[in-house]
Design a protein around this ligand. Sequence first.
Ligand code: T5A
Length: 212
Amino acid sequence: MNVNDPLPGCFITVEGIEGVGKSTNIQFIQDWLELNNIPYIQTREPGGTELGEKLRELLLHGGTVSDDAELLMMFASRAQHISEKIKPALKVGTWVICDRFTDSTYAYQGGGRQLNVDNIQQLEQMVHAGLQPDLTLLLDAPVEVGRARAAKRGAADRIEAEDLAFFNRVRAMFLSRAKEFKRYEVIDAAQPLEQVQVAIKQVLESLKRDLS
Ligand code: T5A
C-alpha cells in the first residue's frame, strides 16, 4: 500500500528460492480470488510489461551481465511495472498478485551477490515512492528441496546456475527480512502441497477479514 496515498487494491507478493512452489501456489491464490469474486491481476518480476519481459529475457538468458547491471535491470523492470501495471490496478481496487518483487532483489542481489544493501534501499525508495506490498508470502524450504523440484523442469537459467552457498545466502536474507517486516507470512513449503495450501488459505482468509 502507498503510505502517502493509500490505494484501495490489495498488493500480494509471493517470494522464495527456486522451486519452492511459487507458480503452483499463485494458481491456488487465483482460484481463491475467483471463488471470492475479488477482481485481480496476476503478474511477475522481472517482467510484467513489454519492457520488463525483454529485460527478463536478457537477465535470465542473455549471457554476461555484471552484478551492478543486474541490480539496475531488476529496478528498471520494476519502475516500468509499478507505473504501467501495479499502481493503475491498485488505484481502481484491483488486487495484484506478483510472483517476486523487491524482497527478491534484497535476497538475490543483496544476499546472493552480496551487493551493498544501502544501494538497494536507495533504489527501492526512488522506484517504489512509498509503495509496499500489503502481504508477502514467503514460501520457505531448504535449498536442496527447492533445487530438486526445480531440476525436474530442465536446463538452469543464468541465475539458477549459481551454487548452493549462493542460494543459502538468498534464503537467509529472505528469512531475516521476514523477521523484520510485519507484512511477511512464512509458509513451510517443504510440507506436502495440500498442507501448504491449507496454510495459504488461512492467511488469505485472515487478510480478507482484516480488510472488510
Ligand atoms: N530475481 C528476481 C532476482 O535475482 N532479483 C529480483 O529482484 C527478482 C525479481 C526469476 C529469477 O530472477 C531472480 C530470481 C530467479 O532466479 P522465476 O521465474 O521467479 O525466476 O523462477 P523461479 O524462482 O526459478 O521459479 P520456479 O518456477 O523455479 O519455482 P516456483 O515457481 O517456486 O516452483 P513451481 O511452482 O514451479 O514448483 C516447482 C515444482 O515443485 C512442485 C511443483 O508441482 C513443480 O513440479 N511442487 C511441490 N512438490 C511437492 N510438494 C510441494 N509442496 C510442492 N510445491 C510445488
